[in-house]
Design a protein around this ligand. Sequence first.
Ligand SMILES: Nc1nc2c(ncn2[C@@H]2O[C@H](COP(=O)(O)OP(=O)(O)OP(=O)(O)O)[C@@H](O)[C@H]2O)c(=O)[nH]1
Length: 346
Amino acid sequence: MDASGYIENDSKAMVLLMGLRRCGKSSICKVVFHNMQPLDTLYLESTSSPSLEHFSTLIDLAVMELPGQLNYFEPSYDSERLFKSVGALVYVIDSQDEYMNAITNLAMIIDYAYKVNPNINIEVLIHKVDGLSEDFKVDAQRDIMQRTGEELLELGLDGVQVSFYLTSIFDHSIYEAFSRIVQKLIPEISYLENMLDNLIQHSKIEKAFLFDINSKIYVSTDSNPVDIQTYEVCAEFVDVTLDLFDLYKNRLGPGNNDEDGINKPIYQELKNVSELGNGVILYLRQMIRGLALVALSRPKNADVESCLTIADYNIDIFKKGLEDIWARSKIDNSQIKAIQNESVNR
Ligand SMILES: Nc1nc2c(ncn2[C@@H]2O[C@H](COP(=O)(O)OP(=O)(O)OP(=O)(O)O)[C@@H](O)[C@H]2O)c(=O)[nH]1
C-alpha cells in the first residue's frame, strides 16, 4: 500500500469503520451510502459479521464495517492482513454514552494498527452529538481528545496523529466528516483544489464542490473555508436535481432507434441551474464517474446570462482536466501493476 492508502493489488482505498456495539456504525453506513432516513436507523439490528460498501468516485473506495462484538485480536482473525490494507481507520465513539471503555479500546486498536501499518490515517468520530448542548459538545470533545492523548502517551504512541470530528446522522456533520476523511485518500487532491481555485477565480463563483452524487460526500472543494450552510444548500440542490432528473430520464428520442427499430432514450447530461429568491445562483453539472460539480455564485449587479455563459465555458475546460487526471491515474495504476507483475515473475 502506498502513503495515500491504496491497496496495491486492486487500486482500492479502504476505510475501516470500527467502534463498540450500538455506537452508530451501521446507521452511518446506511445514511451516507444508502440514503436511509436517520429516524429509520432506530430499528437497525446489531451487525454480526463484517460488511463492505463499495463506491467509486475519483478513486474506488471500500468502507468495511466491523461489528462491535468481534474480537479482532483472536488468532483465527487475520487482523494483520486487514489493517495492512487499510487507508483510514474511522473509530466511532458514542458521545451520549459512558465513553471511557471506548477510549481504551481505541488506544489498543491504534497501538496495533500503527505497528502493522504506520501510514494509516486515524480518524475519530465523536458521534451522536445531536443529543448534547453546545457547551457539553465542546466539553465532551476536549475531554475525549485529552483522555485519548493520555492513553496513547502511556502506550508510547504520543507522536501518532489523530483527527477528531463531531458528528451526527441527523445533520450534515457526518457527510462533512466523511468528505474530509475521503479527501485525504485521494492522491490527486491538490491538483483538484488548484483547478477549482482557478475555476472560481475566473467564473464569478463563490464556492464550488465536487460531489459524489450518490453519497453527497464532496471529494474536493476550492481552498476557501467550507461553511456548513453552503454545503447544505449545495447538497440539497443535488437531491432536488436527481429527483427532477428521475422524472424525465426516460424521455425517448424521436429517430433514435437501435438496429431492431426500438426507440432508445436519449442520453442526457445532468445539469441544473437555479436562481434563488435572494439572488444566489446554484449551478450543477455532471462530470465523470458519478461526480458532479456544484457551484454557488452571487452575481449581484452583473448580467446573469453572461456569467452563466462564462461559467459554462470554464466548467467545460474543468471537466476536460478532470478526464485527463482520471486517464492519467489509470495509466499510473496499470504501470504500478505491470512493475509489480514483472518483479513477481523475475
Ligand atoms: N441520537 C443519535 N442516535 C444515533 C446516531 N447514529 C446512530 N444512532 C442510533 O444508535 C443506535 C445504534 O446504531 P447502530 O448503527 O445499530 O450501531 P452499531 O454500531 O452498528 O451497532 P452494532 O451493529 O451492534 O455494532 C440506533 O438506534 C441508531 O438510531 C446519531 O447520530 N444520533
